[in-house]
Design a protein. Structure first.
Length: 527
């Protein structure tokens, strides 16, 4: 590994200091020296930073690139944002432990289908990333997958024996290198698990201070207190920190709830992204809870049966129209991002209302036809009636404990732009334009906080001895280019990225180097 000197940059070290002029020497994959006008060691290469900011590589604290990360286009999309590590295994559903079949079917519209994993352990999943990637993948043990391994889709409390078996799988995952435990309490089978069961699963995290990460139960914007109270109770019972996924509650209420949580003695952090629209399974809104919880075959049979479809139309879709986030305009607020059915390849980028018009039907039949043909393998971008202003998002991002998380889904021909734009959008809008965060704040929120929380080792800071995961950011030109209309556009202004001291992005292009892989948790969380 050749020594590399970054010359002429402005370092933002992740310790609270703002940009300052300094060179940075990398040797053996780690930062060997920092200072002005460092000499060039014999045999070293020189990379001209050209006045750009040199920052620790960003960490996507909430990513769904579990399977799609093997795609070079996805790798390029992440690296062009300065992301050097993604945290996968989110929302309680992913491939390990087990053979991956449950996630491969149920969560295929979100995580994709893994090209090689067949099980059975977290160690095997992490090993499958090694030597095949230019960036790193850390992994949360998904509690829903664990429950499915032990209990299937059973809608009942776990027995003592089942709890013990599930806790043993979590402990094994932690021993294999997982960085925490995730739940998705609006997804099956996580929605069947009570707080005391989840706390028992989270207990193996405590010796290493790894976090309990949750897609909370029962809503966010309109009902966040219920979810936060349950998450804090779990954190207290298990003796672990709590991290709230995609916490897009209005800033003032979020600040109140976070302050309350910490007053209960639970270290509480969260991630959020700079967009007002969401993205998830079409089935989440188009099917009632009982069908979402049923095996796929049963749900499809109900949709295919004329009597079953009539029941859905009469009994369920009136409730869709009263959903506080959507309302009666729901057919115009849901845009197809992905469908697994070739006959509906025209649909991505169209709203359900537009799909219905094209097919000469109404939105109810259009939605159910999409789900039936694709065996539920459909995801949508979800607009809302009331768009949050950038000012409120800025106040949210500035709260203590915020970490950058895209909730990025790379599945589909017309995905949510957050997968390709989250990190540069924060830098362009909330640092350069609005000054909701300083450059020093941004590095701590987009790198340092997540590195400490998830025990990612000697990362997240620029100081001697740490691993040289770095990005070079042009503070004047960095921006997100992806939009809801053109969601595949790559970010601009980050053209050089290093992982373990090796250039993986140069002049905006992949170098072909593969120094990344599965990232195992360090011995303990924290700096």
């Amino acid at each position: 590994m050749t020594d590399l000197l970054l010359r002429g940059g402005h370092l933002v070290p992740g310790d609270g200091r703002g940009p300052h002029r300094a060179d940075l020497l990398i040797s053996g994959g780690r930062i060997a020296a920092l200072g002005e006008d460092l000499p060039v060691p014999a045999g070293a290469e020189v990379l001209d930073a050209g006045g750009r900011l040199v920052v620790p590589g960003f960490v996507d604290a909430h990513s769904h690139a579990d399977a799609t990360v093997f795609d070079p286009e996805v790798q390029l999309a992440l690296l062009r944002q300065g992301v050097t590590t993604v945290v996968a295994g989110q929302d309680g559903v992913s491939f390990a432990p087990g053979d991956g079949a449950f996630a491969g079917e149920y969560f295929a519209p979100i995580n994709g289908r893994h090209p090689s994993y067949t099980g059975p352990r977290v160690a095997d999943l992490l090993a499958g990333y090694d030597g095949r990637l230019p960036l790193q993948v850390a992994y949360l043990v998904p509690a829903g997958t664990v429950r499915h391994e032990v209990m299937g889709l059973a809608d009942r409390p776990a027995t003592a024996e089942e709890r013990a078996a599930m806790a043993a799988l979590v402990a094994q995952g932690v021993a294999d290198g997982a960085v925490g435990l995730s739940t998705g309490l609006d997804y099956v089978p996580g929605l069947f698990a009570a707080a005391d069961e989840i706390a028992a699963l989270a207990a193996p995290l405590a010796p290493r201070r790894l976090p309990y990460v949750t897609h909370m139960r029962g809503g966010y914007e309109l009902n966040a207190q219920v979810g936060v109270e349950e998450a804090v109770a779990i954190g207290q019972a298990a003796g672990v920190p709590v991290h709230i996924s995609h916490f897009h509650t209005p800033a003032a209420e979020a600040a109140r709830l976070l302050e309350w949580a910490r007053a209960q003695g639970v270290a509480t952090t969260f991630d959020a992204y700079p967009y007002t629209r969401g993205c998830s399974l079409l089935s989440m809104t188009m099917l009632p809870p009982a069908l979402n919880a049923a095996p796929v075959g049963e749900a499809l049979a109900e949709i295919a049966d004329p009597a079953g479809r009539a029941r859905l139309r009469e009994q369920w879709f009136p409730q869709v129209a009263t959903n506080p986030s959507l309302g009666p305009e729901w057919p115009s607020l849901l845009t197809i991002a992905h469908t697994g059915a070739p006959e509906h390849a025209f649909a991505p980028g169209l709203t359900l209302a537009e799909v219905a018009a094209r097919q000469g039907t109404d939105a109810v039949d259009a939605a159910l036809d999409l789900l039936l043909a694709a065996r539920l393998d459909v995801n949508v971008v979800m607009a809302v009636q009331d768009q949050r202003p950038a000012s409120d998002l800025g106040r949210l991002f500035a709260l203590p404990g915020h970490a950058g998380g895209s909730d990025g889904i790379f599945v589909g021909a017309h995905p949510h732009p957050r997968a390709r734009g989250t990190f540069p959008a924060v830098l362009a809008t909330h640092v350069r334009e609005r000054a909701d965060l300083s450059w020093a704040d941004a590095v701590q929120h987009l790198s340092t906080t997540a590195c400490d929380l998830f025990a990612l080792g000697d990362r997240g800071r620029l100081r001697e001895g740490v691993i040289a995961d770095l990005a070079l950011v042009d503070p004047e030109t960095v921006r997100d280019a992806a939009t809801y209309e053109a969601p595949l556009a790559l970010a601009e202004g980050i053209d050089d990225v290093l992982v373990g001291g090796i250039p993986v992005l140069a002049d905006g292009r992949l170098t072909g180097a593969l120094p990344g892989g599965g990232l195992r948790a360090a011995a303990t969380a924290g700096p």
